[in-house]
Design a protein around this ligand. Structure first.
Ligand SMILES: Cc1cc2nc3c(=O)[nH]c(=O)nc-3n(C[C@H](O)[C@H](O)[C@H](O)COP(=O)(O)O)c2cc1C
Length: 197
């Protein structure tokens, strides 16, 4: 990604920092860093493509991780939202560097390693589910879309080994068959009993 001149004596990288419109909230909006960035209906690259971004700016509601794949949950307009693969969007206040000409020499005048973050950005929630016919899975994904902060979601069957210490909240969903929650959930709870304080 290139940078831009801000007058003759200041150059900032990347262009997404200096060129970002003043009237947009830099915490809430991000820039598509190339053309043909797909917006998917769900956080899944096999789901329907509902929009294409060409170096455009979109409002980002949250970051989500589903079975290890990271997405930005974006709002295309008041009624439409979708998901963009991580890496295709960049926050204007992500890593940025400024170099200025001082006495005919170029010097680094600032380097910000990361943007200021809101408290809820640190809040990480894990949703685990086990589902036989898909109802619990649908509910878990609906819940994910309602939660603020970073939300990761895993099907317990596929991912029984998880580091629970990195989450502030862990939500577990299971369907019930003949009075019992699913075996994979019981097993997971038994294996993680000591870490669930
Ligand atoms: C054979 C059978 C037994 C069930 N037993 C219970 C039960 O004991 N208690 C309950 O609340 N729901 C029971 N249900 C309802 C399921 O838990 C419910 O349909 C659930 O949404 C299925 O979720 P899943 O598709 O994620 O597996 C039962 C369903 C079936 C087909």
């Amino acid at each position: 990604m290139g940078g831009v001149f801000n007058g003759e004596d200041l150059f900032t990288f990347p262009y997404t920092f200096h060129g970002f419109p003043d009237d947009l909230d830099a915490f809430m909006n991000e820039v598509a860093i190339k053309e043909n960035v797909y917006v998917y209906e769900k956080a899944n690259t096999l789901s329907r493509i509902i929009g294409i971004l060409d170096y455009s700016i979109v409002e980002v509601a949250e970051y989500v991780t589903i079975n290890g794949e990271e997405f930005h949950h974006v709002k295309l307009d008041k009624e439409t939202d979708g998901f963009v693969e991580m890496g295709n969007l960049r926050s204007p206040i992500d890593y940025r560097l400024g170099i200025a000409r001082v006495n005919e020499e170029w010097e680094i005048t600032f380097f910000s390693s990361w943007r200021l973050v809101k408290e809820e950005d640190f809040m990480k929630t894990l949703i685990l589910y086990s589902s036989k016919y898909g109802t619990t899975e649908t509910c878990a994904k609906m819940l994910m879309e309602q939660l603020d902060g970073q939300v990761e979601i895993f099907n317990i069957k596929e991912n029984t080994k998880l580091d629970l210490t990195q989450y502030e909240k862990v939500i577990i969903g299971s369907s019930v068959y003949i009075g019992k929650i699913k075996k994979s959930v019981t097993k997971f709870l038994e294996n993680n009993e000591s870490k669930s304080s």
